[in-house]
Ligand binder design. Structure first.
Ligand code: PLP
Length: 354
């Protein structure tokens, strides 16, 4: 049984053993102001930085979800307005959350085959917000595209904030080329939901301190002050932090994971391109995602494929929004073994032959 749903997604089989260990080692009642917990946080943050190539001077915070990060960024890092470049539902929702707090925030929607132009960024935006891997449309912004936006932000003084919920721990990201990166663990980390990660550059922290917003339990300045002692503002999801630490300790460096996912997705895209009835939703190889693939076909074939896959013990992700009936989605996440992809390709071949 494998799930290709892009979140909540396939978890590592070792999670079972980590859960038992967490219980046996007493983590489920561990005080979050105690030395044992703060040592766990220190180790987890150090491991994240090592395994994901996060600069040593960046700050890592624990949140409950990526959604919470949308709100934190609007509350604590935005003075007047943020500007959002988006092409799918998650990017759009982020803009909705930002506008609810700062009505002057605005956005620009771009196409699935398009790379957004840095000249669109207004000079007065406090934050520029992008979704590096848009899970709903299965698109991705490449390093070069992010860099162009970052360079423009350097001119205007805006902070570049990047949603990497469905690529963090899957793709080798150039963290130095943006100020804020965030995601949650139920995607590429191969963990159950319930924990978010917010990664901030020194520049972002300086901005938060300058703004000094402290009106919320999750105000960034308060989180920063607590994190100086490896603590959180509230009782955190200690179990999830423990699981994260174990997952990271058992995994290789991001470069190797990235390479593996790239090769695997290449095989999948090639299969789809040579196929008479299925095709990638995103035609442009430059804007396609590495970690989430949307497959387009006639709605009847989509339905039939999902059924056949389910019979073979494989759950496919449903299409999103506008493409709910004409696509399904496949998560190319690290916790899925290659054998799952072999089985998937067999099902896809058989369904079309029928
Ligand atoms: C899943 C997802 C989110 C939301 O994550 P939560 O953990 O549910 O808050 C946000 N952005 C993207 C790109 C996602 O894929």
């Amino acid at each position: 049984m494998y799930t290709f749903n892009p979140g909540p997604s396939q978890v590592y089989p070792a999670i079972r053993q980590y859960l038992t260990a967490a219980f046996d080692e007493g983590w489920l009642s561990a005080p979050h102001r105690g030395e044992r917990f703060t040592a766990l946080v220190r180790q987890t943050v150090a491991e994240l930085k090592t395994k994901l190539n996060i600069p040593q001077d960046y700050f890592v915070f624990f949140t409950s979800s990526a959604t919470e990060c949308w709100e934190i960024l609007a509350q604590s890092l935005t003075k007047q307005r943020s500007f959002h470049l988006y092409n799918g539902s998650f990017g759009e929702k982020w803009l909705d959350y930002a506008q609810a707090i700062h009505p002057a925030s605005s956005g620009h929607q771009f196409g699935l085959e398009e790379v957004p132009d840095a000249s669109l960024i207004p000079a007065d935006a406090d934050l520029v917000c992008i979704t590096q891997n848009e899970t709903s449309t299965a698109t991705q912004l490449r390093d070069g595209a992010v860099l162009n936006l970052f360079n423009r932000c350097q001119q205007t003084g805006a902070l570049l904030c990047v949603d990497v919920t469905s690529s963090l721990a899957g793709i080798h990201l150039k963290h130095i080329k943006a100020d804020v990166w965030y995601g949650s663990v139920q995607k590429c980390f191969g963990m159950p939901a319930g924990l978010g990660l917010l990664i901030c550059s020194p520049r972002a922290i300086a901005r938060a301190r300058e703004i000094g917003e402290k009106g919320h339990y999750n105000s960034l300045v308060s989180m920063y002050e607590k994190m100086l002692n490896h603590q959180t503002t509230h009782t955190p999801n200690v179990l999830a932090i423990y699981l994260l630490c174990r997952v990271l300790l058992d995994r290789g460096p991001i470069k190797a994971i990235d390479q593996h996912l790239r090769e695997r997705v290449q095989r999948l895209y090639q299969f789809l391109e040579e196929h008479p009835q299925f095709q990638p939703l995103v035609q442009n190889p430059e804007t396609r995602s590495t970690t989430v693939v949307a497959v387009q076909a006639a709605p009847a074939l989509i339905e039939e494929t999902k059924k056949r896959a389910a019979a073979a013990g494989l759950t496919l992700g449903s299409g999103y929004g506008h493409w709910a009936k004409s696509t399904f989605r496949i998560a190319n996440f690290p916790a899925l073994p290659d054998v799952a992809f072999d089985q998937l390709l067999q099902v896809l071949s058989a369904v079309s032959a029928a």
